[in-house]
Write a protein that binds this ligand. Structure first.
Ligand code: SF4
Ligand code: MG
Length: 313
């Protein structure tokens, strides 16, 4: 992924000049087969925008997204159809993603029919198998979404997503709408499915405990930019970026070694103002003069550990 996404919005009534908001500030990222890459950051930081670009729901303003070496925005119809099968989404809110008038059986069977994965006569038995795979009873097949709990509905959403034997799954806050007691069950199901089917996950969340539980590597995002990227263990042992440190410090009981409590400056800047320097500058407790003018590149500071910050390590 090498993408930049710019939205143009009209600024209030005071000015007629359209202004540009960089939803993705030149994100560059690679996902490896079979891994879970956790993407963490506050809401509105561009995590979902990145997900939408990968899902081909939106086009980058600049840049490319390559899937197995091919530019997904250069696909012909046939290739795009194949891509829509190979890349699936698990939504945050299974309630909203399921049609209330369709039974679980229909919801799970539909993609099988649309993509002609199995002959019509075999759809029922495939649906039964999928229900079993995601831990739902066979009598679920004729029940409607409102008859299930939130966790069960998410299992239906997961069954739909895996029904097409995808390779990559974008999981966008897949457990944040669920009770804490149910979250672990769903996360463990996702892990089991990854093992069984060799799935690759892009796991989008604002929840640091969840991202730590799930991810092989973790990318920390701030205002449309990846500010730190490292293997799970490495990131928690040796967080570097002031924003990552602030995120960690805010979590009780999750304070990596050298983290002292960080007080972030209040961001008094106008988010609409184009800013040449580090986007964390307005809130950074470590900022230097240089940070105001120079946007730090994401560079490898330790093996496999990338940081976008001017601080000397
Ligand atoms: Fe803070 Fe400067 Fe690093 Fe940005 S580059 S995070 S302002 S120290
Ligand atoms: Mg989001």
């Amino acid at each position: 992924i090498e993408a930049r996404k710019i939205f143009t919005v009209q600024r209030e009534i005071f000015s007629r000049e359209p202004i540009k908001i960089h939803a993705l500030n030149g994100v560059s990222l690679t996902l490896y087969k079979g891994e879970t890459l956790g993407l963490v950051g506050e809401s509105g930081c561009g995590k979902s925008t990145l997900g939408r670009l990968i899902l081909h729901l939106d086009k980058p303003t600049e840049g490319r997204i390559l899937f197995q070496g091919q530019d997904i925005f250069a696909y012909d119809r046939q290739a795009l159809k194949g891509y829509f099968r190979k890349v699936q989404l698990i939504f945050q809110d299974p309630q909203a993603s399921l049609n209330p008038r369709k039974t679980a059986g229909d919801a799970i069977g539909e993609p099988l029919l649309v993509h002609r994965i199995v002959p019509g006569a075999e759809v029922q038995s495939r649906v039964a198998k999928l229900l079993e795979t995601v831990g739902l009873s066979q009598d679920s097949i004729d029940r409607y979404p409102h008859e299930f709990s939130g966790g069960q509905r998410q299992r239906i959403g997961i069954a739909r997503a895996i029904s097409l034997q995808p390779e990559l799954i974008i999981a966008d806050e897949p457990v944040s709408a669920l009770d804490v007691s149910v979250q672990a069950q769903i996360l463990n199901l996702l892990k089991e499915l990854q093992q069984s089917f060799g799935l690759t996950y892009l796991f989008i969340t604002h929840d640091l405990a969840v991202v730590r539980h799930m991810s092989d590597r973790i990318a920390v995002m701030y205002l449309g930019k990846i500010v730190e990227l490292a293997e799970n263990r490495e990131l928690y042992d040796r967080p570097v970026h002031p924003y990552t440190l602030a995120l960690f410090a805010a979590i009780p009981g999750l304070s990596p070694g050298q983290t002292k409590r960080r007080i972030l400056r209040e961001d008094l800047s106008n988010p609409f103002d184009a800013f040449r320097g580090c986007s964390f500058y307005p809130r950074c407790p470590e900022r230097m003069d240089r940070c105001r003018h120079e946007n730090p590149e994401l560079l490898e500071r330790f093996p496999g550990h990338l940081v976008a910050c001017h601080l000397n390590l």
